[in-house]
Write a protein that binds this ligand. Structure first.
Ligand SMILES: [Zn+2]
Length: 163
């Protein structure tokens, strides 16, 4: 849905089912393969025990919470990672996913919020002539050709920028 794992500052994981679903779509499939090739995103299957824990939890939450096979795997993988001592954040706009995640005490964030935060977290600039560029626009300065650097921008500046 437009998320680019290459732009993230932390490890990201996905499940084989997602790769399968994205195969038909050029943009997302490209970003995914670029990310896995660079080691930025790991594709991993969840353990059987975590998968059944997730399904049990979903069942306990009732009829309104229906998880697809892909969603089940995503939540189960997050559960695996948290058992390994990591603090995963599930990125999903799906109501069922968020509910099950909450029941399992896993962090989640909707893609919209996540995307905006990532987008305004960093700014690209040229270290030679200080021209600023938006993310993904170019890798080298269009004026002097210097390789761009990036720096964090504070949240206040981000808010003003977006309004
Ligand atoms: Zn420049």
């Amino acid at each position: 849905m437009g998320l680019d794992p290459l732009g993230l500052e932390f490890e990201s994981y996905s499940v084989p089912e997602v790769t399968e679903e994205l195969r038909q779509q050029t943009g997302p499939a490209y970003r995914l393969s670029a990310s896995t090739a660079s080691g930025k995103m790991k594709i991993q299957s969840p353990s059987k025990s975590s998968s059944s824990e997730v399904l049990e939890e979903a069942r306990a939450l009732g009829d309104k919470v229906v998880l697809s096979k892909t969603d089940t795997s995503v939540v189960a993988l997050a559960l695996d990672l948290s058992k390994e001592g990591k603090t995963p954040v599930i990125v999903s706009d799906d109501y069922a996913v968020q509910n099950v995640a909450e029941a399992l005490k896993l962090n989640y964030q909707s893609l919209a919020t996540f995307g905006i935060r990532q987008k305004f977290n960093w700014i690209l600039y040229c270290p030679a002539c200080f021209r600023q560029y938006s993310n993904g626009e170019t890798q080298d300065c269009m004026i002097c050709g210097t390789k761009l650097k990036r720096k964090p921008i504070d949240k206040e500046a981000a808010r003003q920028r977006s309004s």
